[in-house]
Design a protein around this ligand. Structure first.
Ligand code: AMP
Ligand code: ZN
Length: 474
């Protein structure tokens, strides 16, 4: 099956055709964090979906050139710095650092570039773009000295959000970065300085001020990826007004189609509501770690549902993530044991070889259908476990499965950091239990099983020998 994505612009599944098929390098722009607070795990659902996208493209032989911006000046960051009574740069720095730590914890591939909106290279570009929009009649300076985009001069305005263009009425002007669909209006490109901005200001042909949030992304995206981008991503809340504005600004300047494929992920929910800072219903990555879960478990919990399906965050879901990963860990341990065997005759190796299997990749080709891909992984685990239980998987097959895992794990990145170590105390009790069983002392054997269980481990008797797994990991 050809690679295809659901394009928000057309609201259709479209076959993926990169802008430059020969180069096989895909330009991807992903809206990054607004560093006015610690990013919450809802934000990380978006970043994990983008990570999945990049890794799958790479598995399919493309090279990704991914840019993720850092919004370090906007209404929210300025308000935060003012309330904390610290300079803007110092205020945002702590959240930038926290963001990069969380990216690492969740095993998200770092973008190739993380441009910051306050970098002069980009503020210069913003001013240049606003100048070009004014020159084309697409923008104007209003009485309040701010510069606004004139939406009724851009015929495609509203296409991404699928507004009825014939009904589109501007309600005037909006200076805020964020507003809802009831307040569609000419939006701010350049915000004239006012007292609330403190010392946050840049000189411009329109007087001192600062850029609007939307022009920041248009400037950074076109500066680093060129006038035309293959894929642009974000959460669904970015569609309007942010991405709608990005299209108007970028195409208004370049006259070229800005983005080929718009991909948006559905929200992470809590009790059916969007997880959001403003609603106070959010968890950060450190909050989840403090509950005893690992970054790998959270990665799995946020990754496992198709990106266009809303995902409800629950602690039960975290527990399920732990169990699923436990199944993968145990499967890998068993495969590794068999793969190391030499000269062991197995009756047959009738478990299917994974070499020809491409269901995992094919599922991801279908608009990143991770649920189907994981379903296939767990079905394969069940099949091979059965073969191993019956002594029907030989070393060559085990190696082939391990190679297959290595390939798909370039996308999943879900392998345990360290091989699971069995504590000596547990190993000793297991040995004693084996002796008791050999002597057919079932009472003693059961006693030892209970002791092992009290230490958090479980013994499973297989044909070969008893196997130990962490409790709750199956
Ligand atoms: P922000 O820091 O608010 O600009 O958001 C950064 C990214 O996280 C954007 O792509 C948002 O669309 C996305 N986002 C925000 N909240 C959620 C959520 N609850 N679920 C999924 N993505 C979200
Ligand atoms: Zn953006």
């Amino acid at each position: 099956m050809a690679l295809r994505f659901f394009n928000t612009y057309s609201r259709e599944l479209e076959e993926f055709e990169p802008r430059d098929p020969a180069a096989r390098t895909i330009g991807i722009y992903t809206c990054g964090p607004t560093v006015y607070s610690h990013a919450h795990i809802g934000n990380f659902r978006a970043y994990i979906f983008e990570d999945l996208l990049q890794r799958h493209l790479e598995l399919r032989g493309y090279k990704a050139h991914r840019v993720m911006n850092i919004t370090d000046v906007d209404d929210k960051t300025i308000r935060g710095a003012r309330e904390a009574k610290v300079p803007l740069a110092r205020f945002t720095e702590q959240f930038k650092q926290a963001f990069f730590e969380d990216v690492e914890t969740l095993r998200i591939k770092r973008a190739d570039e993380f441009p910051a909106a306050t970098d002069q290279r980009y503020t210069d570009r913003m001013i240049e773009m606003i100048g070009a929009l004014i020159a084309r009649g697409l923008a104007y300076q209003a009485d309040d000295k701010s510069v606004y985009f004139r939406i009724n001069k851009f015929p495609n305005y509203g296409k991404l959000a699928h507004f009825d263009l014939s009904q589109l009425q501007s309600t005037g002007r909006v200076k805020h970065d964020e507003y809802d669909k009831e307040h569609i209006g000419d939006f701010a490109l350049w915000k004239a300085w006012d007292e609330e901005d403190g010392d946050v200001k840049w000189d411009s042909p329109w007087g001192p001020g600062r850029p609007g949030w939307h022009i920041e992304c248009s400037a950074m995206a076109t500066a680093l990826l060129g006038d035309q981008i293959d894929i642009h991503c974000g959460g669904v809340d970015n569609i309007f007004p942010h991405h709608e504005a990005e299209i108007a600004q970028s195409e208004g300047v370049t006259g070229k189609k800005f983005v080929r494929y718009w991909l948006h992920c559905a929200h992470l929910l809590v009790d059916g509501q969007k997880m959001a800072k403003s609603l106070g219903n959010f968890y950060t990555v450190p909050d989840v770690l403090a509950k005893g879960y690992t970054g790998r478990e959270l990665r799995y919990a946020l990754l496992r549902v198709h990106y266009r399906v809303p995902l409800n965050f629950t602690w039960e879901g975290m527990h399920e993530a732990r169990e699923s990963l436990g199944r993968i860990d145990e499967w890998l341990t068993r495969l590794r044991e068999i793969a190391q065997e030499e000269n062991v005759q197995r009756s047959t190796s009738n478990a299917q070889s994974p070499i020809e299997k491409s269901d995992f990749e094919n599922s991801l080709d279908d608009d990143l259908n991770i649920s189907a891909a994981l379903g296939f992984l767990f079905e394969s685990i069940r099949e091979t476990n059965r073969a191993m239980d019956e002594n029907k998987l030989d070393a060559a097959s085990a190696k082939a499965w391990l190679d297959w895992w290595k390939r798909i794990n370039t996308v999943l990145d879900l392998e345990a950091d360290v091989e699971i170590m069995i504590p000596t105390e547990v190993a000793q009790l297991a040995k004693e239990r084996e002796n008791a069983r050999r002597e057919k002392n079932w009472e003693r054997s059961d006693e030892l099983r209970d002791q092992i269980s009290a230490l958090g481990w479980e013994v499973r008797d297989t044909k070969d020998r008893p196997k130990l797994t962490r409790r709750g990991a199956e």
